[in-house]
Each structure stands twice: as structure tokens, then as C-alpha cells.
Design a protein around this ligand. Structure first.
Ligand code: ADP
Ligand code: ASP
Ligand code: MG
Length: 415
């Protein structure tokens, strides 16, 4: 008897009909003789709505209470889905993160899983129940609920698959796999059949929402093969794995996908003295407040001063501006420029390692479309550019086309 972990995202459980559809898929898998563990997210936009509500009450909501609040969304889903499954005559039980034995640290709103003790899950499986677990939540050493960062139900599913030694980890969502770019933005995007953990990690880290980055890290660490599938259509989806098959490696695309991250803000600290300790003062203060800095550029010194520009998540922009204002006396900067209207566009592909000139091709494709590049960063398998958000859609579609990623160009190549 195989053990299958099935995770359904928020859009798959957004209303009663969708919950019934999920119940059917779960029951079907159980009837095939599998043991089934299900992980669900909060319905539809519930998590966003709860966050908005909290910010209507206070500008700076308490992190412990935020977790208490956000975790309620997933509890709505597990209870409703379990009712729907039981109503159809299949045995099932819902479990919160804590009941499922998911232990996490105390870093509220972005906790890390420390261990999983799935005793209760195993007991319920032996009793013949489908076990329906609340995604996105764990319990800290103080017995408080902590949440695992946005998109964290993916992490719950992957971590449970590793802890239970599941035969399959299936992530069901509202698209039928991982595409060469967001298929909602570029209709010509093509579904990828098999993708490596490393490429998926870079895609997730640069804005492809379809999988949470941390869940892919855990999958890579524990060798969990993930299949991304549609909750609605019955297609083969995309396999995320460590060893894409040989045929696939031979055909390895130089650029596998284009991603876009709109959650970006750019800051420039102007005319700071060119002496040791300035950068560490700025970035030390930001990191002490939990702000993740992404790209950094320091201009060449002129008359013993220079500018430092960097990007952070737009959600951290307000906090960043405050910190820079407080630091101004100490850095001796003449001012700070802030731009929240930027986005990061990236190309990702393991094939880049062995193909020089990919970055140059990216820059010429952007130039040909009249897109101005404000900042650049590169890694072994990714090149990212900061562009104006207004031009970001154009940037994505022109790169997708220039690297021959679309369904149309694939058809042309086959001819
Ligand atoms: P869920 O609610 O199931 O967790 P998400 O909204 O987190 O779903 O992720 C699915 C969405 O990710 C899709 O609706 C799609 O718009 C977006 N997406 C972004 N980039 C990609 C990509 N490269 N391939 C597939 N989907 C993508
Ligand atoms: N409900 C949580 C979120 O919206 C977790 C998830 O959907 O994976 O981020
Ligand atoms: Mg998601």
C-alpha cells in the first residue's frame, strides 16, 4: 500500500464546490488502495484578508497574535474538507499542525520546522482514516502556534512527505504544472515536464509563486520528488527532482524559465564617505531588524564619496526607510532616494553554466524592447535585472520570446 501526500492550495478550496472537487480527488486516491495524507491551505484569499484586517487595527500587529490569527484560515479548510470526505462515506480526520506533530521554532510569521513526530498521523492511518492536516502551521517550544512563511503549506506537505517516507508528494494547484513563465501573464508559456531542484529553487526565489522556495530546499535535502498538478484537470503535471532523465539533460535548455518579482523596492544612499565600516553599518542595521537585502551596487568613489544602491522586498520598504533615516547622522549621507515602482525580471537555467554569453543576450533582448536595466545580478544559473515595474510585463514577454521558450517556438523547432 503506497503512502501519498496530496496538498491543495487556497484557490482549490475557495468555495463549497471546489471543496467537493478536492474531496472527490482524495476519495479516488484512497479507493485505489493508498494511504492518504492531505495538506490544505486557507480558502481563497483568506490569509490576505486576515492580514488586511489586522492592519486596520494596528500599524504594527503583535507577531504572536498574527500567527494565532493567520492559522485560523487553514483550520477552516481542514474541518470543511474532512466533513465533505466523510459525507461521502470515506473515513477521515482533521489535524492541526500541533496535533500532526509539526514542531517549529519561535520565529513568528516565518518559523522553521525543527522536527516532525508523526505519531498521531501514523495511528490514524492505521485506523483507516484519510488524515487531513492544516498547512502553514507548527507549534513552538512554548506551545504557541507559529506559521511557516507565505506559501508555507507547500513546506508542510514536503516536510511531512520526508518524515513519513511517503511514496509520492503531489502539489495540486490552479495551473497544471510549472511553466516556462507565469501562464497567466504569457499565454504562450509552455509546461515543463521535468525540472531540477536547483532550477525550481532559483525560480521560486525570483518570483515564480507556484512553489514556495523553502519547500523546494527541503525536498532537495531529503530527496522528495514533487509532482505539481492541477486540482481540476487530470494531466501529468511537472516532476521536480534531483536527476532529470538523461533525455531531458541532453535537451537541457540554456534558459529554462523567465520569472518576475514585483515585490521589490530600490533604495540609494547618496554621497556617503568612502571609508571602512559604512556598508557594514547600513547592512548590519537592516539585518538586525530581519530585513533581507537582495541586490547591492556601490558606485565607484568620486571625491572620496560614493552611492550605495540596494533592493529589498516592497513589504519591507517602510521599515527600511525608517532605519535609513535613523542612520543618516552616522553615515553622513547627503540623502536617500527610494523607488517602490521597480520589479525584478530573471532568467533561470542550469544550461547557462556551460553556455557563455547568455547574460549579454538577455541585455540585448531587453534593449531591443526599449526596457531600461537599473541593476543586474548574476549567479551560476540565474541572471536578474531590476527594471521599472511599468515595463516589467514587456520585459518578461520579450525574454520569453528571445530565448525560444514559448509553445509556438517549440512547434517551430520540431518542424
Ligand atoms: P496555491 O494557492 O495552489 O498555493 P499559488 O497561487 O501559490 O497556488 O501558485 C500558483 C500560481 O503561480 C499560478 O496561478 C500562477 O499564476 C503562478 N505562477 C507564477 N509563475 C509560474 C510558473 N512559472 N509556472 C506556473 N505557475 C506560475
Ligand atoms: N495560507 C498561507 C498563505 O496564503 C499558506 C499557503 O497558502 O501555502 O500564505
Ligand atoms: Mg502557493
Amino acid at each position: 500500500m503506497a503512502l501519498v501526500v496530496m496538498k491543495f492550495g487556497g484557490s482549490s478550496v475557495a468555495d463549497a464546490d471546489k471543496i467537493k472537487n478536492v474531496a472527490s480527488r482524495v476519495i479516488e486516491t484512497r479507493r485505489r488502495g493508498n494511504k492518504v495524507v492531505v495538506v490544505v491551505s486557507a480558502p481563497g484569499d483568506t490569509t490576505d484578508d486576515l492580514i488586511t484586517l489586522a492592519f486596520k487595527l494596528t500599524e504594527n500587529p503583535d507577531a504572536r497574535e498574527m500567527d494565532m490569527l493567520m492559522a485560523t484560515g487553514e483550520q477552516v479548510s481542514i474541518a470543511l474538507l474532512t466533513m465533505a470526505v466523510k459525507a461521502r462515506g470515506t473515513r477521515a480526520i482533521s489535524l492541526t499542525g500541533s496535533q500532526a506533530g509539526i514542531y517549529a521554532d519561535s520565529c513568528h510569521t516565518r518559523a522553521r520546522i525543527t522536527k516532525i513526530i508523526p505519531t498521531k498521523i501514523k495511528r490514524e492511518l492505521v485506523r483507516g482514516n484519510v488524515v487531513i492536516v492544516a498547512g502553514f502551521q507548527g507549534v513552538n517550544p512554548n506551545d504557541d502556534i507559529t506559521t511557516l512563511g507565505r506559501g508555507g503549506s507547500d513546506l508542510t506537505a514536503v516536510a511531512l512527505s520526508a518524515a513519513l517516507g511517503a511514496d509520492e508528494c503531489r502539489i495540486y494547484t490552479d495551473v497544471d504544472g510549472v511553466y516556462t513563465t507565469d501562464p497567466r501573464m504569457v499565454p504562450d508559456a509552455r509546461k515543463i515536464d521535468v525540472i531540477s531542484y536547483d532550477e525550481m529553487l532559483e525560480m521560486a526565489g525570483s518570483g515564480a509563486q507556484v512553489m514556495q522556495g523553502r519547500s523546494v530546499e527541503v525536498a532537495k535535502k531529503y530527496g522528495v520528488n514533487i509532482r505539481v498538478l492541477s486540482s481540476f484537470a487530470k494531466t501529468a503535471g511537472t516532476l521536480i527532482t534531483g536527476e532529470p532523465d538523461k533525455e531531458n539533460q541532453m535537451e537541457a535548455a540554456v534558459v529554462r524559465a523567465v520569472t518576475l518579482d514585483r515585490n521589490q523596492a530600490k533604495f540609494s544612499v547618496l554621497d556617503i564617505p568612502d571609508r571602512p565600516g559604512i556598508a557594514s553599518g547600513i547592512f548590519g542595521a537592516l539585518s538586525a531588524d530581519g530585513i533581507n537585502v537582495d541586490m547591492i551596487i556601490q558606485s565607484a568613489a568620486r571625491q572620496r564619496s560614493n552611492d550605495i544602491s540596494f533592493t529589498v522586498s516592497r513589504t519591507d520598504a517602510k521599515k527600511t526607510a525608517e532605519i535609513l533615516r535613523k542612520l543618516r547622522g552616522r553615515t553622513g549621507a547627503s540623502g536617500v532616494a527610494e523607488d517602490r515602482g521597480v520589479a525584478k525580471v530573471s532568467i533561470v537555467g542550469v544550461g547557462m553554466k556551460s553556455h557563455p554569453g547568455v547574460a549579454a543576450n538577455m541585455f540585448s533582448a531587453l534593449a531591443a524592447s526599449g526596457v531600461n536595466i537599473e541593476m543586474i545580478s548574476t549567479s551560476e544559473i540565474k541572471v536578474s535585472c531590476i527594471v521599472s515595474e511599468k515595463q516589467s510585463d514587456k520585459a518578461v514577454s520579450s525574454l520569453h520570446k528571445a530565448f525560444g521558450l514559448g509553445a509556438k517556438s517549440a512547434k517551430r523547432k520540431r518542424k
